[in-house]
Design a protein around this ligand. Structure first.
Ligand SMILES: Cc1cc2nc3c(=O)[nH]c(=O)nc-3n(C[C@H](O)[C@H](O)[C@H](O)COP(=O)(O)OP(=O)(O)OC[C@H]3O[C@@H](n4cnc5c(N)ncnc54)[C@H](O)[C@@H]3O)c2cc1C
Length: 387
């Protein structure tokens, strides 16, 4: 028997769902609303590390692992220093975020967190009906982190890149890492001629995450990452003696598939399922925080929660960029080198945060080699491919 009709139900206690739940709890307007969170998982393991940039201090500073004010962009030919101020680059183990959210949610009286695998979400007379094998829940508005099944069927009509990576946390006997500076991208070692690089987060003088990342259409063999990581540690970092204390592997879909088309009245897709992961970079943590705030403002102002969440302009840029990466994957290094060489890191962050004006976009876009982007634009406009 159904006892509660929730005002809001959030399916998925991951990045997007917990950002939204915490933003609701932080706003007195929601104090008398009944909120439900449903997740199939316990969220008690550290399933990923989130890195992001923001200006100065922020909401998550008490739970981040480390932050950096300086970075580097490296190729075989050059090394570009990135002075981030007023930004900081921060890294946060997901488990810290889950635990932080769980504590806030447990303390609140108006929110229930139930472990349940949701199979269907449908409109009904009483509201939106959410069903697991064991139970049925009703809510007036649902926020759903499950990727719509249509993605698997229709994705090949769009540009799809997989951002896949394997990282080792390595520890050394001697102090070898400069903890003031992280490495955003290092193209000195690549997988064949692909868009691939190494990323380094030094946590202490003797401990760092070294991650080999590829932006390619296909995954590579699991063992291949180890060969590349070993080569980077030995040949570039010049470290012979080290222990691997942790391994992480991940795949982030980078796609211009319009995930948001699964939104319906009363059901809004969020996170990856709602196109809130930046298709050209795979970053989403800060964007999901921003989206949560926009949803809150929409609800408080009696607008549909989906109102004004996605930018058509940046979707268009991301789509052109994915076309170039799919068709000319070998250009990955030169695109990023042009971007980091000809623009300040502050402008790059602002652009990736989708906060730049048309004029600022123009300055960044004209730093890239024109021809592949013009070909992508022609295809976008006409559907015809220039060789
Ligand atoms: C390994 C990895 C590393 C990443 N690193 C970064 C990073 O450094 N910086 C950054 O900005 N972005 C990063 N991202 C991208 C993005 O931030 C994450 O993918 C983020 O977790 C997306 O949030 P989400 O809520 O959409 O998905 P998730 O966080 O995966 O949450 C979805 C939740 O829904 C639950 N769920 C799924 N199906 C059901 C169901 N049927 N019933 C009930 N519950 C269900 C899942 O258990 C999960 O808890 C990373 C992604 C991955 C995969």
């Amino acid at each position: 028997m159904l006892s509660t009709i929730y005002d809001y139900a959030i399916i998925g206690a991951g990045g997007a769902g917990l950002h939204l739940a915490m933003a609701m709890l932080a706003d007195a307007w929601f104090a008398n609303k009944k909120i439900l969170i449903l997740d199939k998982d316990t969220k008690k393991t550290n399933d990923k590390t989130w890195s992001f940039w923001e200006k100065g201090s922020g909401k998550w500073d008490t739970i981040i692992e480390k932050s950096w004010g300086k970075g580097k962009f490296n190729t075989k030919e050059k090394s570009i220093d990135l002075e981030l101020a007023p930004y900081l680059y921060k890294t946060l183990p997901a488990i810290n975020f889950y635990n932080f959210a769980r504590k806030k949610i447990t303390e609140a009286k108006n929110i229930d967190w139930i472990q349940a695998e949701i199979n269907t979400v449908n409109k009904s007379e009483k509201g939106i009906k959410i069903e697991s094998k064991q139970a049925t829940y009703i809510a007036k508005q649902v926020f759903d982190s499950r990727i719509d099944k249509a993605f698997a069927v229709e994705k090949d009509k769009y540009f799809n890149i997989q951002q896949h990576f394997k990282g080792w946390v390595i520890e050394t006997e001697r102090p070898v890492f400069d903890t003031t500076t992280f490495v955003m991208m290092d193209y000195q070692i690549k997988w064949q001629d692909s868009a691939s690089f190494t990323y380094v987060l030094p946590f202490s003088p003797t401990k760092a995450l070294v991650e080999f990342t590829l932006f390619t259409t296909d995954l590579i063999e699991y063992g291949a990452y180890d060969i590349l990581l070993k080569k980077y540690v030995q040949d570039i970092l010049k470290i012979d003696q080290y222990h691997i204390t942790k391994v992480e592997y991940g795949v982030i879909p980078m796609s211009d598939y319009p995930f948001q088309k699964a939104n319906q009245e009363g059901i809004m897709k969020i996170g990856t399922a709602g196109a809130h992961v930046k298709p050209s970079s795979g970053y989403a943590f800060k964007n999901m925080e921003k989206v949560a705030q926009k949803i809150i403002n929409n609800l408080k102002n009696n607008r549909p929660p989906t109102n004004n969440i996605l930018s058509k302009k940046f979707y268009f840029y991301d789509s052109l960029y994915l076309d170039v990466l799919v068709n000319h994957n070998e250009l990955g290094e030169s695109i990023y080198t042009d971007m980091y060489e000809k623009n300040s890191i502050q402008q790059i962050f602002k652009f990736l945060d989708e906060e730049t004006s048309l004029w600022e976009d123009f300055k960044i876009i004209t730093s890239f080699k024109f021809s592949p982007f013009l070909k992508a634009l022609w295809y976008y406009l006409t559907g015809m491919r220039i060789k």
